[in-house]
Design a binder for this molecule. Structure first.
Ligand code: ADP
Length: 625
């Protein structure tokens, strides 16, 4: 099926567009996938790194509280709480220790949770004397020997990490030693982080973060009970605890998530972007109930993916264009090849046809030549036959005329006999005048006989058939002369109507005379029995033809006779009288001259035969016998 051009173009464009779109989509997805996988690996690596450094930082202080149990002053203080010197010593000791370690505070509680010595004993808001038994780190230490707790100080609202250890003698718990570590100290380990990182505590509250504003926000919504508990333990010292605004978009393997961070606030200053799409990866911090979360920025992956997608789209488009061009070129070549083949085929076909036609033509030519030869032969035969017929017709006419001719010759012969006899006698009588008269008469008769025989001879003579200008009137006179005897016998009259100017026809005189004799003979036959038969002969001319008509006053032609007039051997005459060849031969002769002979009835009665023969160009030429 041949699709229309614009439709094909539209389909092709649509196809290519789909291809480019598919390639772009696949590239984007793969690139995204690769990017995320790489980012994930990097994130895991960062997680490990940050967790390790944080752990190391915390571990630095882990044994601090328990080592206080080795301090004699501290033990003495716990034993004897009221001793003033001991208290001062311990306070001083703790103060120095705190300064050296760079911690926030170091203090010792008795077994009821009351602070009995503290590094900050000099300050007005010193912990000394405070009952901190409600703090979980106290309870944990009493119950399990150690406690860890993140909280905001109730006295100075200073957030910190509390590490506690129970101080025991052999039998019982004497008290609890506590070190409060500043978050800044812990966060020091993150000075080199390249992406936002945070630590959420067991309640989902951000306690450490590389982004200062994220601190004391919540990772998940807090229910009322939890909030109440916070009020009780004063863990966050009644801070507002706003949600961080992390929205999870997708979950990946190994606990990784794609999240969106709410738009950063105006006043937030950070070395790396803190809003947008991130890959969040979390990991619990060993030895704590905390979770470390690293946020890797997805924007970069997206940017790379977009660039790769654009490259893929451009490449695919170029490939498509090249493909289309190659295809077009191929089709063009194919078309050209097909056209060439078609041309070759057409050429072959043409050549084959030409050969066929040539063969046909030569066959036809041969056949034509054969036919022409055959026709020439037939024509020759026909002409010979016609000549024979003409000759036969002449002989027939001569036969018919022979009785009359015999009579015509007998009379002068008898007269000659008498005249010659008389001439001898007149010579004997020496009547020379009469004898001379008789001899003259004899001479005239001989001349007359010579004319008759001469005409017969001329009539019977086989003519050459070559046409020449013939005086038609003269031809009529000769014909009439030939029939003179018969005309006289039958008391017939010939009425001739000729124009003044002689008419020359291009034909053969003898043959024309033969035709005229024939027509007059037939006219006389038709009027047989009439007392005064009359034949009217008229002649005229057109531009190219001489016309001659022979009219009688007989019974005319019946329809049957008229239709068969020129059939050879058609006759209505008695046997021996007519051969039925006269008109057939006459028509043949006239046709030979390039003319026509027609027979019909005159409106006034009787038959009329009209012949037309070409006019001779040379009208001055005289007729030849
Ligand atoms: P034929 O005279 O030997 O019969 P033709 O060929 O000359 O042969 O004439 C054929 C026939 O045509 C005649 O037999 C006659 O019946 C008819 N025919 C010819 N001329 C005339 C005429 N002038 N009037 C009537 N009939 C004619």
């Amino acid at each position: 099926m041949r699709i229309r051009r614009p439709l094909r173009f539209a389909l092709l464009s649509l196809g290519l567009l789909s291809l480019v779109a598919a390639a772009s989509f696949i590239t984007y997805r793969i690139s995204q996938q690769i990017g995320i996988t790489e980012l994930q690996a990097m994130g895991r690596h960062r997680l490990d790194l940050y967790a390790t450094s944080l752990e190391r930082e915390i571990d630095k202080y882990a044994y601090f509280p328990s080592t206080l149990g080795l301090e004699k002053g501290v033990l003495a203080l716990l034993d004897d709480k009221g001793h003033r010197n001991v208290t001062t010593d311990v306070n001083n000791y703790l103060e120095q220790l705190n300064d050296r370690a760079g911690t926030l505070a170091i203090y010792v509680m008795d077994n009821l949770g009351r602070v009995i010595a503290s590094s900050n004993w000099r300050r007005a808001d010193s912990y000394v004397g405070e009952d901190l038994s409600f703090r979980p780190y106290f309870r944990d230490a009493v119950e399990s020997g150690n406690g860890r707790f993140f909280g905001i100080g109730t006295t100075r609202s200073e957030p910190g990490y509390y590490l506690s250890s129970a101080l025991r003698d052999d039998r019982r718990t004497l008290g609890v030693a506590v070190v409060k570590v500043s978050l800044d100290q812990l966060e020091k380990s993150w000075s080199t982080v390249e992406a936002p990182v945070l630590v959420g505590d067991e309640n989902g509250v951000v306690i450490l973060s590389s982004v200062p504003d994220w601190k004391f926000t919540t990772l998940r919504p807090l229910d009322e009970r939890t909030r109440k508990a916070f009020d009780r333990t004063l863990q966050y010292n009644q801070r507002a605890l706003q949600p961080l605004g992390v929205r999870e978009i997708a979950t990946l393997d190994y606990g990784a998530r794609i999240v969106r961070m709410a738009r950063e606030k105006q006043e937030m200053v950070s070395v790396y972007p803190v809003a947008g799409q991130f890959l969040a990866q979390s990991q619990p911090l060993p030895g704590t109930p905390w979770t470390l979360t690293v946020f890797s920025q997805l924007e970069q992956v997206n940017d790379i993916s977009v660039i790769r997608t654009i490259v893929a789209a451009v490449t695919t488009t170029l490939m498509c264009i090249v493909g289309v061009m190659i295809n077009q070129r191929r089709r063009h070549l194919e078309d050209r090849l097909a056209a060439r083949e078609a041309l070759q085929k057409a050429n072959d076909e043409l050549e084959r046809k030409v050969q066929e036609r040539t063969a046909d033509l030569s066959a036809a030519n041969e056949q034509l030549q054969d036919e022409v030869a055959e026709r020439t032969r037939a024509e020759r035969t026909l002409r010979a036959a016609q000549d024979e017929l003409v000759q036969a017709g002449k002989l027939a006419v001569i036969g018919q005329l022979s009785a009359g001719i015999a009579h015509e010759l007998n009379q002068p012969l008898a007269a000659l006999r008498t005249l010659s006899g008389n001439a001898i006698r007149f010579l004997e009588r020496r009547d020379e005048t009469t004898a001379r008269h008789n001899l003259e008469r004899i001479g005239q008769l001989v001349d007359r006989m010579g004319v008759i025989t001469g005409q017969l001879k001329a009539f019977a003579h086989k003519s050459s058939g070559r046409p020449s200008p013939v005086d038609v009137q003269q031809a009529v006179s000769h014909a009439t002369a030939l029939l003179e005897q018969r005309l006289r016998t039958e008391n017939a009259e010939i009425e001739v109507d000729f124009p003044e100017q002689p008419l020359y026809a291009l034909c053969n005189a003898i043959r024309l005379e033969q035709v005229i004799v024939n027509l007059i003979g037939n006219a006389l036959d038709a009027m047989a029995g009439q007392t005064q038969p009359r034949v009217e002969i008229a002649a005229g001319r057109s531009k190219t033809m001489i016309r001659l008509s022979v009219r009688d006053h007989g019974n005319g032609l019946t329809a049957d006779v008229e239709s068969r007039l020129f059939e050879p051997f058609f006759t209505t005459k008695e046997a021996g009288v007519g051969l039925g060849l006269g008109l057939a031969i006459s028509a043949g002769i006239i046709n030979d001259f390039g003319g026509t002979l027609v027979g019909g009835n005159d409106p006034q009665g009787g038959a009329v035969f009209t012949l037309e023969i070409p006019i001779a160009a040379d009208s001055n030429s005289s007729s030849k016998p």
